[in-house]
Write a protein that binds this ligand. Sequence first.
Ligand SMILES: [Fe+2]
Length: 227
Amino acid sequence: MAHIQEIGPELWTVKHPFSMAGLRLGTTTTVVRHEEELMVISPGPFKETQWKEVEALGRVSLLVAPNKMHHLFLSDAQDRYPEARTLVAPGLLEKRPDLKGAVELPQSLIEWGLQQRLLGGLPDLKETVFWHSPSRTLICTDLVFNFSSHPHFATRCFLCLNGANGSFGPTRVLKHLFLKDRELLAADLEEIVKWPIENIVLGHGDNVIGDGRAKMESAFGWLTRAR
Ligand SMILES: [Fe+2]
């Protein structure tokens, strides 16, 4: 079982095995700490031992669904932490009206050491990416994948078709299905790469440790250089 990984000061990830439609893409939860409070971004299918590891870091007080896709395990986290506030992507509450007490993400969570940007041009995703200044880490969810060659045959075939086997960057699904306005996304990415990004954590695949800004610039050159 995957354990919690410290990425830098006050930031951790938990990698969960997770399959959908037979594809073993896994999913990642990111944990941010401020003083003794914890923000849990994209709660995944936690095992009890993993929750215990998180709880050893502080008190879970904020649950976050950073886009309209990563909400499947949010109710479980709400049940475990009924005192925690829940913040969700714009439009998610129409899809998940059952999420108790959830409100849309505010425009600033600066007190957590985070800057953020709601990505334009992706109306069916509505992903907010965060930059965590203490760890100089960009927190993405579905904006980019980062898989080395996948050991599972069907998943590897899917990733190859999706332009995401053995490389870092946006998938073909994101570029050709989710992306509706290239100008809007390009404008946001030009702002994002101004942050001094060292590391990148993401929903599917391996964390990037070091050289994050250059990786983002390279992965989105097809979009930003076209402007
Ligand atoms: Fe995802």
